[in-house]
Each structure stands twice: as structure tokens, then as C-alpha cells.
Design a protein around this ligand. Structure first.
Ligand code: 13P
Ligand code: SF4
Length: 347
């Protein structure tokens, strides 16, 4: 059984893009960042959707470029006392909840996520209160307060396995906030899920008809899809998975051409993983210039080398993530459950 809670999709003001820098300016910031990371005992933890300059810098300086689960794991295991999280705010909050003793800085705290914005804590509390018999599972793309209300946090890389596990225990579930990922895991597992109606503004824009036309143009290509995409797009996929799982699929699938339905920031690491392959962006509503995000998250795009430099120079203030102690203690429990569950899958 799958029931759905009606939640209005909010209209988001889009953030300003960072100022374009010349190659000389970028080089200046890159060098300064390298020095400051060493001086501050800091490490750069970046998501695959950030600017390739940031991903390269994270690699060169011993940081990581990863999906949201691996970012959380890396930040916890690394001995640095300061984490610079390049991504969106929930990623910085997760790092702070798991590592309260560390300073967690972000290039900008204004980097939101439509899933987080679409799941305000007051409405979510009311939703959970009206279904007290259900176990609450929330996606990592949520605020610290929403995590604090949950029994489990999960990322897309282990969502099917976790829901399968909870279903095998006979638990009825609330899933929030992504309706497409919720519907995907429900179909994969048959679990009894009551689903919040949030969506990712980037993945929501991939379109089946345009994708079918693209497949006709590249008949030999495989289609790789992130499960935040609409079900009809997921159904056209040869591989479905989190960002790191899609990179893995790109490497292991025999196809030479790959149509990729996720944020185009992933192309940097995907191409590195399989330089011999041809990567093609899946079409969004943008064919007629009507798309709002055009396969690139506007909040991920707010991360730039200049902002990372500012965060390191300020070493706190408007760049520092803070999570209230009461919220942190509650949110830690479902996050630790997620990490422990992920560790059982790894082993
Ligand atoms: P991953 O966990 O797959 O990296 O996804 C995070 C995200 O925000 C995708 O839009
Ligand atoms: Fe959120 Fe979508 Fe951006 Fe990922 S791509 S951070 S889910 S808005």
C-alpha cells in the first residue's frame, strides 16, 4: 500500500550565481586555499555536483569528492579539526551533528535544497503526529530539525536496502521528503509507505519524451538515472542509483555512450572514471529554454573557490554551521543508525 500526503510544492526564489572568475583569479584562490587548509588543519569535503575546480582542489589536498553518505563518513573519520563542506546546507549540518567538536564551515550557508525547503518542521511534525504507529524515515536532504524527528536517516545509496530491512521487520513507514525516491523504493520493496510530496527541482525536470528522442539519436547508449527523477524517467534507465553508484555503473556497463540524468557536475568524476566513454546530458525541459535548473542545482552552483577562501579566512561567522544542542542530540541517533546500517552492508 502506498498513501500520499498532499503538500504544496513551494515556489523557490533562485539564488544568485557566484561571480565568474578569470583563470588567474581562480589560480590565486586555489593556491591560497591550499595554504589555509594546511594552516587551519582543515579538509575539503565536496559533493559531485560542485564546480570541477572545487572537486579538483579537494582531490589535490587530500579531501574527498563523494555522495552524501560518503561525505558524512569521510568527515567523521578524518582527523582534521575543521571541515569545509562544499555542497548544500543539509550536508554541512549532517557533518556538524556527527562531529560537534569540529568546526564546520561552508562557502555559503544560503545553499539550500528544494527537498529540505519543501519539508518545514512544523508541517512535518503534524504529519508524523497524525500517524504515530509509523516508523519515520527521512532522506538526508532535510533540516537538522526534521532529522531530529526521525527514527532513521537514509541516503539514496542505501535507501532500497534500508526500506527492505524495515519492511522485513513488519514496520509501516513514513517516508520524507522526496516523492520520486519514495515511490522508487516503494516499488522496489513493496513496503507500506506513506510519502511526503517533496521534489528535487533539478531531477524533476528530466523528461521522458525528450529522453526517448535522445535514445533514438543514440540507440547504443545506456541511460543512467538518479532516483530523485520522476518514475517515468527511472523506468527508462539501464542503471538507477546514487551519484557514486551512477559513477560505478558508468565504469562497469559495457556501453560506450551514456545518457546521464542527474546534475551535470557529476561529469567531472564520471569522465575521470571512464575517460574512453562519451557522456551525454539527459534532456530537461530546457529544450525550449523553459527549464529552471537545466540539470545543474542552483544551490550547488553557489559554491565557488572565492567563497571557500572567504570561509577559511573568516574561520567562523557567517560561514560556520551551528546546530542547537537539543536538536543535535536527537538528530544524532537516526544518523548514527544510518551509518551503522551502511557499515553492515559494506561488511
Ligand atoms: P547523493 O546522495 O546521491 O549524492 O544525492 C544527493 C543529492 O542531493 C542528489 O540530488
Ligand atoms: Fe537538493 Fe536537488 Fe540540489 Fe540535490 S540537486 S541538493 S536534491 S535541489
Amino acid at each position: 500500500m502506498s498513501l500520499f500526503f498532499e503538500n504544496p510544492i513551494l515556489d523557490y526564489p533562485f539564488p544568485p550565481r557566484p561571480k565568474l572568475l578569470s583563470e588567474q583569479e581562480k589560480q590565486y584562490y586555489r593556491e591560497r586555499i591550499k595554504t589555509l587548509l594546511a594552516e587551519r588543519n582543515a579538509v575539503l569535503v565536496a559533493h559531485y555536483y560542485t564546480d570541477p575546480d572545487i572537486q579538483a582542489l579537494a582531490e589535490e589536498t587530500g579531501g574527498c569528492v563523494a555522495d552524501s553518505l560518503e561525505m558524512a563518513r569521510f568527515g567523521s573519520l578524518h582527523p582534521a579539526t575543521t571541515l569545509i563542506v562544499a555542497g548544500v546546507r543539509f550536508m554541512g549540518e549532517t557533518a556538524k551533528i556527527l562531529n560537534p567538536e569540529k568546526t564546520v564551515l561552508m562557502p555559503t550557508l544560503a545553499a539550500e535544497c528544494s527537498l529540505d525547503l519543501g519539508c518545514p518542521i512544523e508541517q512535518f511534525n503534524a504529519f508524523c503526529d497524525s500517524h504515530p504507529e509509523r516508523t519515520v524515515v527521512v532522506y538526508a536532504n532535510t533540516s537538522a530539525e526534521v532529522k531530529a524527528r526521525a527514527d532513521w536517516v537514509v541516503t539514496s545509496s542505501i535507501a532500497v536496502e534500508l526500506i527492505e530491512h524495515l519492511d522485513s521487520l513488519g514496520e509501516k513507514l513514513i517516508w520524507a521528503p522526496d516523492r520520486h525516491l519514495g515511490s522508487y523504493v516503494q516499488k522496489q520493496t513493496g513496503a507500506d509507505i506513506l510519502c511526503w510530496q517533496g521534489a528535487c527541482i533539478v531531477h524533476d525536470e528530466f523528461k521522458t519524451q525528450a529522453l526517448a528522442r535522445m535514445k533514438a539519436l543514440y540507440p547504443q547508449a545506456a541511460v543512467l538515472v538518479h532516483p530523485e527523477s520522476p518514475q517515468s524517467v527511472v523506468e527508462m534507465a539501464d542503471a538507477v542509483g546514487s551519484t557514486s553508484q551512477l559513477i560505478n555503473a558508468a565504469k562497469t556497463l559495457p556501453h560506450r555512450e551514456l545518457i546521464v540524468a542527474t546534475d551535470r557536475g557529476i561529469f567531472y568524476k564520471m569522465q575521470q572514471a571512464c575517460p574512453e566513454k562519451v557522456l551525454i546530458e539527459a534532456p530537461t525541459a530546457g529544450e525550449g529554454a523553459t527549464c529552471r535548473s537545466c540539470a545543474h542545482c542552483p544551490w550547488m552552483a553557489m559554491n565557488g573557490v572565492q567563497a571557500i577562501f572567504s570561509a577559511l579566512v573568516a574561520d567562523g561567522g557567517e560561514h560556520e554551521i551551528q546546530v542547537a544542542a537539543g536538536v543535535r542530540e536527537k538528530a544524532l541517533l537516526p544518523l548514527n543508525r544510518m551509518l551503522a546500517f551502511a557499515a553492515t552492508l559494506k561488511s
